[in-house]
Write a new protein. Structure first.
Length: 181
């Protein structure tokens, strides 16, 4: 099946953001990267704000699909431990990317994008509201995955694979040891 031009544009916008940051993402740069005319892009996204919101949804939908696959069930049906373990597996695979982090950070000050990210990340918030030691382990695992994402997106130096695997195994152990379901 041939991908839609809308998805090609969204994927192109993510690639532009990976390279040039959100400020480098313009209607022109996304159109050029996608191999469409600016008019072709504007058929789907009339303004840069519409494009940015659509990219937020596109990125979070991809994350959610990966989390659902890792959890083996819809996120709403997964326990806090299953959700955090899925987040640890997905987040330590690499490839979360600078663009996704940029979009997440950018969303903090804007209601519509913030709502998009809250819909995804809100699934992981349960342990952050408890002092139970098992919940604290889950919350620490989430913070560590977030920290790894930030490190990789900002350091410019990928972790050596043995280090990445050791971090992954330790995070998964934290989610296995947590006594919350």
């Amino acid at each position: 099946m041939r991908p839609s031009s809308k998805n090609l544009i969204l994927d192109a916008a993510v690639r532009v953001t990976e390279r040039a940051g959100i400020t480098g993402l313009t209607l022109e740069s996304a159109a050029t990267e996608a191999g469409v005319t600016k008019g072709g892009l504007m058929y789907h996204f009339r303004t840069r704000d519409e494009l940015l919101l659509a990219v937020q949804r596109h990125v979070t939908a991809a994350w959610e699909a990966r989390l659902v696959a890792a959890a083996g069930k819809p996120l709403a049906e997964a326990s806090p431990r299953e959700l955090t373990a899925a987040y640890a597996r997905v987040g330590t695979e690499g490839g979360a990317g600078r663009a996704a982090l940029s979009f997440m950070v950018e969303s903090v000050t804007q209601p519509a994008p913030a709502e998009v990210w809250a819909g995804l990340m809100g699934h992981l918030d349960g342990p952050a509201r408890s002092t139970d030691p098992g919940d604290i382990d889950l919350f620490l695992a989430r913070l560590a995955v977030d920290g790894l994402w930030i490190y990789e997106a900002t350091s410019g130096t990928p972790l050596p694979e043995p280090v990445r695997e050791a971090v992954r195994q330790r995070l998964l152990a934290l989610t296995d040891d947590a006594a919350t379901d």
